[in-house]
Design a protein. Sequence first.
Length: 219
Amino acid sequence: MKIGFVNAKVFTGKNENDFISEFSIKNSKFCEINNVNRNDCNKIIDLKNACVIPALSDTHTHPTYVSQIIDSLACTKPYVANIPQLIEFLKTSPNYGKENKWIKGWCYDESKLDEKRAPTIKDLDLISSTQPVFILRSCCHSCVCNSKALELANITKDTKEPKGGKIGRFEDGTPNGIMYDLGASMLIRNAMEKESLEDEAKKISKIRRNLCKFRNSKY
């Protein structure tokens, strides 16, 4: 079947002022541009000056998010399959053993760990109880941290639930280190050392170079 579309305002993408008014489609492919043979069409659709633009593919990369985790350890397979491996893997962080430096990881997913549960402060305190430990979940909304990170964020048993999030707790109400959704995880993020605008720009530039390498690879 061949369908003609007329009286349209079709953006071609060549430049900001380049538009055409009609086109036709046959077997899901464009077959005529701006010269539609109406007698050859099974159907004519009047778009009544509606704007038509090419389909867009959003890769959903969140470059600022990616720049924030570029120096963190990827806590997922093949590097991490269970919580004991997670603990040992985070000890390879370049910040491990450095006073006041955050040990950071990302992309943990409890459904992919052998234990089928998220780590808690009891697990992450085995990495360090004097350095803050922070792992961003694969959703980039929730996180898990150790007792030092909770201390720096002033989160205690008496801390009220934040708007847009939830603090994970043990049965006695003590925070267990799991911070659900952005409202809670931002409490931990806000306790981290603040980076300068120049440092943030450098990280985003580093992401750009990595994306360009991927684009030019055989994959």
